[in-house]
Design a protein around this ligand. Structure first.
Ligand code: NI
Length: 174
């Protein structure tokens, strides 16, 4: 497994529409393993393949919501290949979202509170599930990446410009 460099704004690759995986094979599984390693190294809870420069419809998510006896997050990573939103709830929920491709910037984004999603796992098995809570938000954020959409696209122009300005400032200091 390898930690891969993360693509950040304004890299144009983040605007690409990723291609479906035609066959889930060892190459897909290697990509998944590297993405999981990269997500943990960056302290993220989700990562889309395009964020490591691969325009393939592959996501990894691990909310790491549970802790063990030592207070360390319990790891339970999952891969979602060719994920598709089947339906969404009318009800919205708002989370303070961030993104590894827009480092250290956060903003409140309203999205459907629940969604029904289908996908393939890394063995090629098909799944369909109703998701809610943070997992529903994270899944929609990551699927957006596969369509070249970033969380800042859900903000008003004013707020989006503010986030990008703050990021430019942060990079100058660093
Ligand atoms: Ni993101």
């Amino acid at each position: 497994m390898a930690v891969l460099p993360i693509v950040e704004v304004p890299d144009p690759r983040l605007r690409l529409v990723s291609k479906p995986v035609e066959q889930v094979d060892d190459t897909t599984r290697q990509l998944v393993a590297d993405m999981i390693e990269t997500m943990y190294a960056a302290s993220g809870i989700g990562l889309a393949a395009i964020q490591v420069g691969v325009a393939s419809r592959v996501l990894v998510i691990d909310l790491q919501a549970e802790e063990d006896a030592d207070g360390k997050p319990v790891r339970d990573p999952k891969a979602y290949i060719n994920p598709e939103v089947v339906s969404v709830s009318d009800e919205l929920s708002t989370y303070n979202e961030g993104c590894l491709s827009i480092p250290e910037q956060y903003a409140e984004v309203a999205r459907p509170a629940a969604c029904r999603v289908r996908w393939l796992d890394e063995q090629g098995g098909a799944h369909e599930e109703e998701l809610d809570g943070l997992l529903a938000t994270c899944m929609q954020h990551e699927i957006d990446h596969l369509n070249g959409v970033l969380f800042i696209d859900h903000l008003s122009r004013l707020k989006r410009d503010m986030v990008l300005k703050k990021l430019t400032k942060l990079r100058k200091v660093a």
